[in-house]
Write a protein that binds this ligand. Sequence first.
Ligand code: ADP
Ligand code: ASP
Ligand code: MG
Length: 460
Amino acid sequence: MIVMKFGGTSLEDAAAMANACEIIKSRIKRHPVVVLSAAAGITNALIRCAELAAEGKRLEAEAVLRDRIIDRHYRIIADLIKGLGEQDMLIRQFKIYDEEIRSLIYGISITGDLSPRVLDFVMSYGERMSSAILTEALREYKLRAELLDSRKCIITGSGFGKAEPLFDATREACDAVVRPRVEKGVVPILQGFVGANEHGVTTTLGRGGSDYSAAIIGTVMHAEDIEIWTDVDGMLTADPKIVPGALRIKEMSFQEASELAYFGAKVLHPSTVLPAVEKNIPVHILNSRRPQLSGTLIKSQVASANIAVKSISYKRGISILNISSTRMLGSYGFMKKIFDVFNDHQTAVDLVTTSEVSISLSIEHSPDLDSLVAILKEYGDITVLRNRAIICIVGERLRDERGIAARVFSRLRDVPLDMISHGASEINLTCVIDEDRVPEAVMELHDEFFSNISEPGIFE
Ligand code: ADP
Ligand code: ASP
Ligand code: MG
C-alpha cells in the first residue's frame, strides 16, 4: 500500500485533475490511498469569505464565494466529468456546499465572531470539494474510487487551526475505515489538512497540512511509500521562485528534509517527516507535471557524498526579541523563567543566542506578540526587531566540513546579520536578516555553494 498526496496546483483545474487521475491509475497495482489538498487558491478564498463576513461585509463575502469558489468548481465539473448523470449529482452536491457556506457567512456576519473553530469548519470545504470531484473523475477512469470523510479517519486534539493528531485513535479509525477498502481493491480518497477531534468537531492541521495528513495516514497504515505530488521537480537546492536555476536533490536524509521544511521550504509541511521517520517510510517528492522524473527521495540513510551544503531555505515573518537584564549576571533559573513565558503563550522559539546579560530569541510573528512582550518586560529591557527572515543552509556533512561559515559570511558581507546560530552537531547554519534582503541573500548563497557542483550524482 502507498499513500499519494496531491497538492493544490496539481488539482487546480480540469486538466490538472485529469493528470492526477492518470498518475493514480499508473500506481494502481500498489494499492494507493489518495490524500488531496483543496484546489490552488481555494483555502485562501474561503478564509477571505470568513474574514469579510466577520467584518460585516456579507455581500462581498458571498461574491467571493460565488466567483472564486463555487463557479470555479462548476467549471472543473463541466470540463472534467463526462457522464451527465454524474455531473448533475456533483452539481446538486455543490449547491448544498454553497448553501452551507452561505449560512456560515450569515452566522459569522451577524455575530461578528470568527473563532478558530468556525474557521476550521469553513476551510474544510476546500478539501471536501476537490475530493468529491476527483472521486467521480477516477470512476470515469474505471477505478473503484470511494470518497471517505477524513473527519472519521484523522483524529486530533482540539487545537483548532493547528491541531495535532492523536495517533492511537487515528490508527484505530484508519484500521476500521480505510484498511478494509484497500483490502477490497478500492481506492480510498481522503481530504488532506482536515480532521476532527474526539467529539467529531472539524479541525485542521495548519496551513500546508495535507502533506502532514499523508504522512500520518502512511504511518498508521504502515505504507511502503509516501508520495507527495506537487508543482516542482522535488526538493531543490533553493526555492525556484527565487533561484530559477535551482537543482533537484535526488536523495536526502529525514533530518535534512526536516530542517529545510522547518526553516521554510514550503514544498513540505514541517511535521511531515516526523511520523515517517518513526516507521522508516520513504517519502518521495514528485512533480505532477513531469511524472516521469524520479523526484527527491527522503529516507533514513543517504549515501555519503562529498558535498557539505544540500539546500538553502528561508522563512519570512520572523521577529527577534532581545531581553537584557543585569539580573542574569551569575544567576541561574533566569532562562527557565523566560522560557516558561513562551511555553505559556504556546510560542515556539526557533533560535536562541545568549551572552552574560542578554538573550536573543527568534519567533514566528504572531498577533500575540505584544502581550508576550508586555509580560517579558518584567524580566528586563526588551527590544523587538520585526519583519525579519531566517536563512538556513542545510547538509548532513556541514558538521564535518571546515570553512563553511567563512564562505557564508563572506558572501553575506553586505547583508546585516541580526542573529547567527550553529551548534556543534548541527546540520544547519542559520542566520536572521531583514525580510527585504531574502532574495539577495538566497541568490548569493546559492551561487556560492552550487555554481560549481562537482557531484552530479546528488543533484540534477
Ligand atoms: P502544494 O500545493 O503541492 O502543496 P506548495 O506550494 O505547498 O505545493 O509547495 C511547492 C512550492 O514550494 C514550490 O512551488 C516552491 O516555490 C516552494 N519551495 C520553497 N522551497 C523549495 C525547495 N527548496 N524546493 C522545492 N520547492 C520549494
Ligand atoms: N489547503 C490547505 C492550505 O492551503 C492545505 C494544503 O494545501 O496542504 O493550506
Ligand atoms: Mg503544500
